[in-house]
Design a protein around this ligand. Structure first.
Ligand code: C5P
Ligand code: MG
Length: 160
């Protein structure tokens, strides 16, 4: 059994700037004054999740498949990136099942607690799992990284 288990870990961060929507787990955070300065929609949670999934199969990272310099990805909805990579992983690996996702988002402002269930539901739907399989915690940087957002994601999978 243990030889069929895979763990993946991913991380992403972006600087925050005015005039950009803040998107976390494919949900727009309406109260945010600043959003991620990024080529795509800057969704750190989905980018870290995509990297965690790729890493579980030692398939490199998101930039290998979606180069940041490619104009095709300007303001791109990161859920499309995630779904594309999931399809790619399924096409080259054995079939697999996702057991759980555990994620941390670090952001000083705004507080995100009221978005927790919405984000968990969206991430679960994208992955084809249940919200109960998506753990999501929020942290501030205690003022040490006021201009940044960061996400760290781990996934546990098993080959079928
Ligand atoms: O970072 P710190 O431990 O001070 O965060 C305290 C709590 O604030 C967290 O456990 C979380 O419940 C909440 N929080 C939040 N949204 C953030 C950051 C923290 O809801 N952006
Ligand atoms: Mg604390």
């Amino acid at each position: 059994m243990i030889d069929k288990l895979r763990i993946g870990l991913g991380e992403d961060a972006h600087a925050l700037g005015l005039g950009r929507p803040l998107v976390i787990g494919n949900i727009v955070i309406a109260e945010a004054e600043r959003g991620a300065l990024a080529h795509s929609d800057g969704d750190v949670l989905l980018h870290a999740l995509a990297d965690a999934l790729l890493s579980a199969f030692a398939m490199g990272d998101i930039g290998h498949y979606f180069p940041p310099s490619d104009p095709a990805f300007k303001d791109k909805d990161s859920s499309e990136i995630l779904l594309h990579l999931l399809g790619l992983i399924r096409s080259v690996s054995a079939a697999f099942r996702i057991h759980n996702v555990s994620a941390v988002v670090t952001l000083d402002k705004p507080k995100l607690g009221k978005y927790r269930d919405l984000i968990r539901e969206r991430v679960a739907a994208l992955l084809g799992i249940e919200p109960a399989q998506v753990g999501l915690t929020f942290k501030t940087s205690e003022g040490l990284a006021l201009g940044h957002i960061q996400a760290r994601v781990s996934v546990l999978l098993s080959l079928l």
